[in-house]
Write a protein that binds this ligand. Structure first.
Ligand code: ASP
Ligand code: MG
Length: 317
């Protein structure tokens, strides 16, 4: 018997019919004797819809007052998902209970719309698991020290799932999504792209930071820090495929030491289409000059990805 965390993305939760399929799949794992914790996202499109309602009333603002309310609003998408999934599990004859982040609790800092998880209390969840229940926990949200609801940033349910898996020392965290794994590069652009059976955590971090949208980068960082075994797999296989087959599908994220000594040097190619390049000409070669240029840029919260210090007059580099 293992303790397994399943995470289902918005597409997998996109309709009551799909939620029923998720419930059947989870019930299959529970009936095989595993303790199951499930972390779903909001139904697809829901978070965008909720945030657009706020912007209808007042344009986006970075004030903490506005950001606090955005989290209050956006977090409800996941709350609907967990309730629906728990009901679907119960309808399958599987005892299940849902929790919002604050009920676990999943404690975060107060950085609304991009909060960081500080700790997760595992007591309530463990008691339910011991009582034979499937526990369904909201992705994406937590609670700060003053009981304000917070969210972890877009795509944050991946991070919730990995953090819950770390807190419970789960045997594996399975991220079910609308692709069947991690590819060598984007298959929509390069048809020859292949699915990787495994990828090291460091390589996955690199792919995620370069814009491969499969996983939120913070979830990969979390998995690395707490060594959470993690697998990305499709939620569109038939729910009743054999567990052994399902458990081997998708892409496993491994830790370098576990990987084979001899392996391909290049695992995948990620790329970015939204990079802007700015060249500064005639910069004097004086100590402190880089700081004078980059300091104000950093103060304005502008991210710089690549800095090349060379002389380029032809506009090509
Ligand atoms: N529902 C949130 C979002 O759309 C979190 C997630 O899906 O991971 O960003
Ligand atoms: Mg996602």
């Amino acid at each position: 018997m293992a303790l397994i965390v399943h995470k289902y993305g918005g597409t997998s939760m996109g309709s009551t019919e799909r939620i029923r399929n998720v419930a059947k799949r989870v019930a299959k794992w529970a009936r095989a004797g595993h303790q199951m914790v499930v972390v779903p996202s909001a139904m697809s499109g829901e978070t965008n819809r909720l945030l657009a309602l706020a912007k209808d009333l007042s344009p986006a603002s970075i004030t903490p007052e506005y950001q606090r309310e955005l989290d209050m609003i956006a977090s409800t998408g996941e709350q609907v998902s967990v309730g629906l999934l728990a009901i679907a599990l119960q309808a399958e004859g599987m005892p299940a209970v849902s929790y919002a982040g604050w009920q676990v609790p999943i404690a975060t800092d107060s950085a609304y719309t991009k909060a960081r998880i500080q700790s997760i209390d595992d007591q309530r969840v463990r008691a339910d698991l011991a009582a034979g229940k499937v526990v369904v926990i909201t992705g994406f949200q937590g609670v700060d020290g003053d009981n304000n609801i917070t969210t972890l940033g877009r795509g944050g349910s991946d991070t919730s799932a990995v953090a819950v898996a770390a807190a419970l020392k789960a045997d594996e965290c399975l991220i079910y999504t609308d692709v069947d794994g991690v590819y060598t590069t984007d298959p929509r652009i390069v048809p020859e792209a292949r699915r990787l059976h495994s990828i090291s955590f460091e390589e996955m971090l690199e792919m995620a930071s370069l814009g491969s949208k499969v996983l939120q980068i913070r979830s990969v960082e979390f998995a690395g820090k707490y060594r959470v075994p993690m697998r990305v797999l499709s939620s569109f296989t038939p729910w009743d495929i054999a567990i052994e087959e399902e458990a081997r599908s998708g892409t496993l994220i491994t830790f370098e030491e576990d990987a084979k000594m001899e392996q391909a040097v290049v695992s995948g190619i990620a790329f970015n289409r939204d990079e802007a390049k700015i060249s500064l000409l005639g910069v004097p070669d004086k100590p402190g000059i880089a700081y004078q240029i980059l300091g104000p840029v950093a103060d304005a919260n502008i991210d710089i990805d690549v800095i090349i210090q060379n002389v380029s007059h032809d506009g090509k580099t």
